[in-house]
Design a protein around this ligand. Structure first.
Ligand code: NAD
Length: 495
């Protein structure tokens, strides 16, 4: 077998080997085989990344660059991503096994983050307020935080990098990207475009390695001002508590167990397509997966029948093929986790009406595939309904009326997203108010945009990505007071 290539890390504008001298394998989920070796960064690598980002933050070339010029650089980066969308998508597919069609769409869409936040860079205005004291002039400035760390999961690596990189740079910060140990290749390709766009050295850095090693060193480093984390809830809680020791700003985008609610007044065929796209697209490996399908009792059997019929048509196989609709699970541990949940569901006594096992179809080869799975007769208190599986596994839960639908929908610790299928204008407007979720889709499911705020209620996270408020997550407000008085009044009394 040909020797696997070894990746380097990008620190301070240089391509460097990990100081540990160690590497680990990255696998292609479709073949189950390793295809590259990733540098296993350690504490010393984290330290030099922070050093490089700190130096770049204070470098006048970046510090004194006007917001307008920063915006130009971001737009240039957006253009380069657009030109290289196909190549970036191919690396993603090789490393994370998601469909080329979806990865290509994500990469053609990613430039919009750089155009949008590039445009926003010079529109963050402070304010002058009519201070309630004589002979004082006061105003606010919005300033960057400093060194930011972006921790990225494996499911949509470059899209999630874009969510963080664009606003962080538009605000004038410097950043260290720590991709998932399972999907590091695409971030390393992406940063070559940052280099080509002409960002000063050290403004963007990429370190690779395990979360518990290099990741831990980054989130506890005293010179890191902010951690922007996307990943699982357990890791998120850990990151939050560790970053709290040095009172860093933290934003968290975590998991979900989102209800997709079908009322009996809906267009059933559309709702069934929405249910499928909510759980089987991306092999269920999305934080916004509509993994709990709440169906009104009066149409329950009809919906389930149509769901099974449509899900059965899903073509599995090579994620690079344009005909494939359900690809492999991205990582082997995740594959094992999904299979363990199939056992849990079985033990909980639900009815499995489709799938329920690993996929052994010939077109799945040696890859880590799980059959699209539908469970009925699920009670919302069961583990299969309460815990995030992050795979192609749907729990169908019946409900009687609106009140019960909302109660079941909200009865989880998560609050990332929700879907509603109805033709009633009243329901379409009133029910989103009652759902505890950061995103609610009505008569649609699974859409995101650079301009639409995204984030979680309850234990699905803290802070918002995308949209104008996202840039505030990377800034702090300074109030400047200026006296116009000829003399300093009584110094013993607060002014
Ligand atoms: P994960 O939590 O295992 O890992 C995410 C990242 O955190 C990886 O880069 C990992 O190396 C790093 N990490 C882990 N422990 C760390 C530590 N102690 N210190 C620093 N970094 C650490 O999650 P995953 O399995 O890669 O991704 C799947 C999870 O991500 C799912 O739960 C999913 O719901 C969630 N997710 C959420 C969103 C969202 O926007 N809400 C988007 C995508 C994925």
């Amino acid at each position: 077998m040909a020797e696997l290539s070894k990746s380097k890390m990008y620190l301070g504008g240089e391509w460097v080997e990990p100081l540990t001298g160690d590497y680990f394998e990255s696998h292609n989920p479709y073949t189950g085989k390793p295809w590259m070796l990733v540098g296993r960064g350690g504490e010393d690598d984290a330290n030099r990344a922070v050093e490089a980002a700190k130096k770049a933050f204070h470098n006048p070339e970046w510090r004194d660059m006007t917001p307008t010029a920063r915006g130009h650089l971001l737009r240039k980066l957006g253009d380069l991503i657009a030109e290289n969308a196909e190549a970036l998508a191919k690396v993603e597919v090789q490393d994370n096994g998601k469909l080329y069609a979806e990865m290509h769409m994500q990469m053609r869409y990613a430039p919009q983050w750089y155009y949008y936040f590039g445009g926003l860079a010079d529109k963050i205005e402070g304010s002058i307020f009519p201070i309630d004291k004589p002979e004082i002039f006061a105003y606010t400035r919005h300033e960057p935080l400093g060194v930011c760390v972006a921790i990225i999961p494996w499911n949509s690596p470059l899209l999630l990098v874009s969510y963080k990189l664009a606003p962080a740079l538009a605000a004038g910060n410097t950043i260290i990207i720590k991709p998932s140990e399972f999907t590091s290749a695409s971030a390393l390709e992406y940063v070559k475009l940052v280099e080509a766009a002409g960002f000063p050295k050290g403004v963007v850095n990429v370190v690779t390695g395990y979360g518990k090693e290099v990741g831990e060193a980054l989130i506890t480093h005293p010179d890191v001002a902010k951690v922007a984390f996307t990943g699982g809830s357990a890791s998120g809680r850990h990151v939050y508590s560790r970053a709290a020791q040095s009172l860093k700003k933290v934003s968290l985008e975590l998991g979900g167990k989102s209800p997709n609610i079908i009322f009996d007044d809906c267009n059933i065929d559309n709702a069934v397509k929405g249910a499928i796209s909510g759980i089987f697209a991306a092999t269920g490996q999305t934080c916004i997966a509509g993994s709990r399908l709440l169906v009104q009792e009066s149409i329950h059997d009809e919906v389930v029948e149509k769901l099974i019929a449509l899900a059965k048509t899903a073509r599995m196989g090579d994620p690079m093929s344009k005909d494939t609709q359900v690809g492999p699970v991205t990582t082997y541990p995740q594959y094992e986790k999904v299979l363990s949940y199939l056992q849990i569901a079985h033990d909980e006594g639900v009815d499995c009406v489709l799938g329920g096992d690993k996929a052994t179809r010939p077109e799945c080869g040696e890859g880590w595939f799980v059959e699209p799975t539908i469970y009925t007769n699920v009670d919302n208190s069961m583990r299969i309904a309460q815990e995030e599986v992050f795979g192609p596994v749907l729990s169908v839960i019946p409900f009687k009326d609106e009140e019960e639908a909302i109660a079941i929908g909200n009865d989880v610790v998560f609050g990332l997203a929700a879907g509603i299928w109805t033709q009633s204008i009243r329901r379409a407007i009133e029910l989103p108010k009652k759902l505890q979720a950061g995103t609610v889709w009505v008569n649609m499911y699974r859409a995101v945009s650079y301009m639409a705020p995204f984030g979680g209620y309850k234990q699905s996270g803290l802070g918002r990505e995308n949209g104008q408020e996202a840039i505030r997550e990377y800034m702090q407000t300074k109030t400047v007071w200026l006296s116009t008085s000829e003399e300093v009044p009584n110094p013993f009394i607060m002014r």
